[in-house]
Design a protein around this ligand. Structure first.
Ligand code: GLC
Ligand code: MG
Length: 553
């Protein structure tokens, strides 16, 4: 008899842990995290209870942007280890039932990539230059950039080379953009996908998935009718979220579908409409995409409920699961963001989004972050956790200027500190030169207070953030069932929804975002067993900024 309810594909409900390689674990004491370091910590991740890891780029790179400037897509950066380390990592992860998603960076390469070096050497008009976006300049002697396009990291998006041509870099000048109209580029990325799929990769996280295609007529942004743009992007924008990009991913889908074992893509696409995002996860394209609307939502019940509904509805319309994410290596850690007294102000990142911030209360932020993880892990879909959030790490806001390594710091002429504050290495132990990260000092110094937040300090301590994550992840695996949720009636300021429980019954997830504590059983007359709570319950009351999972029968 065939099973009437085959298990859902893993990527529809996985909890996926993001490893930022440079800052996770350093095996050789050089102060930089590496692949052997990750291998040594895989058992920790297994015990934490995640289903998969996503590892940020570990390819040969001059590190102009922390490895997002790739010089060889099919190799391993010596600072991080060897190709056999990468192969062993995948094998050992699989032995522990952990899937491995790796990062692919298709918008741009490093300026040290052999193709770019060949393009520089071959000169204007050469075939070698056609793999990138080279243009003549404007004005007398072509000394003005070809368009008014700006780099995400600050300044013009064009860089001039000695022979007078200009090339496009939407990010740092060390990251020249590929020309995706060139079939050679398309073919080469298929080869890269196959290279890593052949080595057991379970999927790819696609860097800036919404930027590959450029309007070949290179119009100035100032000439585009703003009413044609949706949130400043979309099919009429010269490079953000153009419709042609979807053909690239249809091709990628055909490649990955040739492999057994439910391999999957996740798109990093900062598009500002959930409908536009859903286009990336249509059945013949990518499997999933990060839900940045959820990440960017303020800690407010109506806003959260709206973004949850909208995310689920738009992805369900194309048959894709929703994803949930609160932090990553590009944004201010959410324990700090949620510590703002007013979470509707201040951007998700200090990088490029300056402006007056409200005062930050870190205790408040941590309490909310703990409630937020019960919300996130309680929702149907896949959930991404960023290394260190299970320890309740805050953003490090006072790194000394001389250690700042994010290209944004230089490119913004020292006006934006950039993203290093969320990239400070993980504290594993209470003591040591880098709190167990490695045998020497770390590339970014950790605050002294992180000794008490270390894995060692929190392990086995009831109520610690680490044990909260462990419990929630275990319960998620053991008790939550199916891919749907139903809102429940709840007092104002409170979010409550039901999930099917494995083996029957229901799990009720309740988050109190209101000003008053409320009596848990008071609004539903049913027996309920508390499975996990993000903070102490007082006499059966759920305090403000606290969440709970209840089993109801
Ligand atoms: C993505 C990465 C970010 C990087 C940028 C350019 O947004 O997450 O870290 O700087 O792409 O590759
Ligand atoms: Mg190292």
């Amino acid at each position: 008899m065939t099973d009437p309810s085959p298990p859902m594909a893993w990527w529809r409900s996985a909890a996926i842990y993001q490893i930022y390689v440079r800052s996770f674990a350093d095996s050789d004491g050089d102060g930089v995290g590496d692949l052997p370091g990750i291998r040594s910590r895989l058992p920790y991740l297994r015990d934490l209870g995640v289903d998969a890891v996503w590892i940020t780029p570990f390819y040969p790179s001059p590190m102009a942007d922390g490895g997002y400037d790739v010089a060889d897509y099919r190799g391993v950066e010596p600072l991080f280890g060897t190709l056999s380390d990468a192969e062993a990592l995948v094998r050992e992860a699989h032995d522990l039932d952990l899937r491995v998603i790796i990062d692919i960076v298709p918008n741009h390469s490093s300026d040290q990539h052999p193709w770019f070096q060949a393009a520089l050497a071959a000169g204007p008009g050469s075939r070698e230059r056609e793999r990138y976006v080279f243009r003549a300049g404007r004005g007398p002697d072509g000394a003005e950039p070809p368009t008014d396009w700006l780099s995400v990291f600050g300044g013009s998006a064009w860089q001039r080379v000695p022979d007078g041509d200009w090339y496009l870099h939407l990010f740092a000048p060390e990251q020249p953009d590929f020309d995706w109209e060139n079939p050679e580029v398309v073919e080469d990325f298929h080869t890269t996908l196959r290279f890593w799929l052949d080595r057991g990769a379970d999927g790819f996280r696609i860097d800036v998935a919404n930027s590959l295609m450029k309007d070949q007529s290179s119009p100035d942004l100032a000439t585009i009718d703003p009413t044609l743009l949706q949130h400043g992007e979309g099919p009429h924008h010269p490079f953000w979220d153009r419709d042609e990009v979807h053909e690239v991913y249809q091709g990628w889908r055909r490649v990955i579908d040739g492999y057994a074992g439910e391999r999957a893509f996740v798109a990093e696409a900062w598009v500002h409409s959930t409908e536009r995002l859903a286009r990336y996860v249509r059945p013949d394209e990518l499997h999933t995409a990060f839900n940045f609307a959820f990440l960017a939502a303020p800690w407010e019940p109506d806003a959260l409920r709206a973004v949850i509904d909208e995310s689920i509805t738009t992805t369900a319309a194309v048959g894709a699961p929703t994803t949930w994410v609160l932090s990553n290596h590009d944004v201010t850690r959410h324990a700090t963001r949620y510590g703002r007294l007013d979470t509707t102000v201040g951007g998700v990142s200090d990088a490029g989004r300056a402006g007056p911030d409200t005062p930050i209360d870190l205790d408040l932020g941590l309490g909310r972050a703990r409630a937020a993880v019960l919300l996130t892990l309680g929702l149907p879909g896949s959930a991404y956790l960023y290394q260190g959030e299970e320890l309740g790490l805050p953003e490090v806001v006072d790194l000394p200027e001389e250690v700042l390594a994010d290209p944004i710091w230089e490119r913004s002429l020292h006006t934006y500190r950039g993203r290093d504050g969320c990239r400070v290495p993980v504290p594993w132990a209470k003591d040591g030169p880098s709190l167990g990260f490695g045998d020497g000092p770390a590339w970014l110094p950790q605050p002294v207070s992180w000794s008490d937040l270390s894995v060692e300090a929190q392990t086995g301590i009831e109520g610690s953030t680490l044990e909260l994550y462990r419990l929630a992840l275990r319960l998620r695996r053991e008790t939550l069932h199916g891919g749907s949720m139903r809102w429940d009636v709840a007092p104002a300021g409170t979010l409550a929804f039901r999930r099917d429980a494995a083996g029957g019954g229901e799990i009720l997830v309740v988050v109190n975002l209101g000003a008053e504590p409320f009596a848990l059983p008071a609004y539903r007359d049913m027996p309920a067993e508390v499975l996990v709570a993000s903070g102490p319950l007082a006499d059966g009351h759920l305090p403000t900024d606290t969440a709970v999972w209840l089993r109801v029968s």
